[in-house]
Design a protein. Structure first.
Length: 183
């Protein structure tokens, strides 16, 4: 028989996840656990009672982010305008690169969770690119690997200082979009 957690225990758990989300987004997945506990307003022992290992906490935080990414990809696939769907996906990706180090690190291999979701996102990107190609809005010869190369170029800038990363990533995003689109 499983126990239903007390309301204060559930509240602590949610507070820890929220604090971890903010801490990991700002400082990356290697941020100290005591920083997460401090931000949550709880002791380190309470944090470890809920999440015995960093990987457990990271998985809980990333589950929400990965679900949001999946929902955005589904919405893009439903968009009847192939260019708007692909462009929006690239813009959202660039925005996340500038603002969420934890998600970046998870998506680029620092955390091995969510392999099926990563494959699903990859298939969705393939579909978005193929739709845009068939609609004639991409330059001749552009394929999904070219789009991925652009996304990796954006991702390579994620470690820039926060005060400059947004502007630099935005410029690169715009260059990539201009380079993909047929004139």
């Amino acid at each position: 028989m499983s126990r239903i957690p007390r309301s204060d225990a559930r509240a602590n758990r949610e507070r820890v996840i929220g604090a971890a989300r903010e801490t990991f987004a700002a400082d990356g997945v290697e941020a100290p656990m005591r920083a997460v506990a401090r931000r949550a307003g709880i002791g380190v022992a309470t944090l470890y009672r809920h999440f015995p290992a960093r990987a457990d906490l990271l998985t809980a935080v990333l589950a929400e982010r990965v679900a949001e990414c999946s929902e955005r990809m589904r919405a893009a696939l439903e968009d009847p305008d192939p260019w708007r769907a692909l462009e929006g996906t690239i813009r959202e990706f660039a925005d996340r690169q500038a603002s969420d180090r934890a998600l970046n690190e998870a998506l680029f291999g620092a955390h091995d969770a969510f392999p099926e979701e990563r494959r699903e996102h990859s298939r969705a990107l393939n579909t978005l690119v193929e739709r845009a190609r068939k609609a004639g809005v991409l330059r001749a010869g552009v394929d999904a690997d070219d789009v991925r190369a652009g996304l990796l170029a954006i991702a390579s800038l994620r470690r820039l200082p926060p005060e400059t990363s947004g502007a630099v990533i935005g410029k690169l995003r715009d260059l990539i979009l201009a380079g993909l689109r047929r004139k």
